[in-house]
Ligand binder design. Sequence first.
Ligand code: PLP
Length: 472
Amino acid sequence: MSHYGYVSEQLLTGRLWPPRRRRPKPEPEPPRLDVDRMRSHFDFAGTGRVVTNNAATSQTPRELIELFRELSPRYESVHRGQSTASRRITEEFEESFDTIATWLNAPSRRCIATYRNTTEAINAVMYSLLTEFRDGDNVVTTLMEHNSNFVPWYALSREILPRLGRRVECRVVRFDHETGELDLDHLAELVDDRTKLVCVTGASNFLGTKPPLHRIRRIADESGYRRGDGRSGSLLLVDAAQLAPTSVIDVIALDVDYLAFSFHKVLAPFGVGVLYAREPLLQGSLPFLYGGDMIAEGRVSPDLVEYGDLPWKYAAGTPNVLGVIASAQALRLLVDLALDPDEPWFGTARPLPRTHVESAMTLVSSHVRSLTDAALRRALAIPGVQVYGPGPDVSRSPLVAFTVRGRDSRQVASALDEHRVEARAGCHCATLAHLDLKLNPPASCRLSFAAYTSHEDVDRAFTALERVVGAR
Ligand SMILES: Cc1ncc(COP(=O)(O)O)c(C=O)c1O
């Protein structure tokens, strides 16, 4: 009997009728970040603090503090000696650049320079490009920038280049006051064939907006600006200070020319910032700082100085050796805390697979997104609370910035502190956006989250806010 004949016989005899319902397979649960496991590595978690000022600085896990102690018996400077200690610390320092490169999906350590923080990294770009600006060029930035990505461009165009007899304009793109989105039409209007550089935040530290970097890249590419190398298009710098802590960053996919962030927002101790730049740009530009360690070995004479190979051309002076090692280890630890692998990446120099970085940061980013959605919904439901930036259900920085009608934001933050909720009030260095929104005084209150923030933290923070504003 054919297969069909068998089926029709079964149908006739009723053995297949009514058709047996297959129980729908339960949707596999998307993997979730184990926040309790994550928190167990941080001392603050046992103190009752509701740490919600993470956009300013993140907490440091115990392992990284211990790492300094572990490094102390073999403490040495880098590139400066023949001792085993010196060679070993140099190796660890240099390997740290590989870890950072993998984290960003940069082609190699040659594209990575370390500075003190995002601010210094952006200044490094400004000083490196200083001599390349031509009379009549312009820089385009936005009203939603942190002052770190506006003031250097202001200073370049209003203070530094005029003294050298060059006129360079700094143009500033608007944002939509209702949605917090960057006005891309305005951006396209301001970018023209004299735009050398477009400087934009990857994620705002006040509005929470994440501007669409791919579209901005296209606008920059199509500017018609003639570069010195004969190519056309404007350079693109992304301030990733608020992107790095909780997002997957892929500099190749983003196709950025420069990207800067600070490690003190990514679990590491204070003192290390990163500049990623395309290799030909680093190769062709003048360094920001000059001195020891950045020169080619023995290639200094009164008439000729030759610089070291990348990335060391951009590493003048004794670097923050322990800080850089701890920062790269912070990235490894973050992967461990998110993925709980059988063999930890922390404390090793094993090449960190890019796929692990992506999986870890995807977990972190969906965790903070669910926190932020919950936080926004609570904030929007409180009478008298005005929330800034995009609403829930969009990809945004993990923070909520708000004002309370008739209340001073600093006073609201102090009142929250009485409930052990650590909000931050002020303009968060996003002065332009506060003034543009006509906030007087230019201040808002901000609650910001990190990978280790729990839903209970969000609940405690908003219950406290409801009490402070009298909604409970
Ligand atoms: C978006 C943004 N850019 C730049 C910075 C400056 O970072 P740093 O003070 O580490 O230089 C911050 C710090 O809050 C920031 O949020």
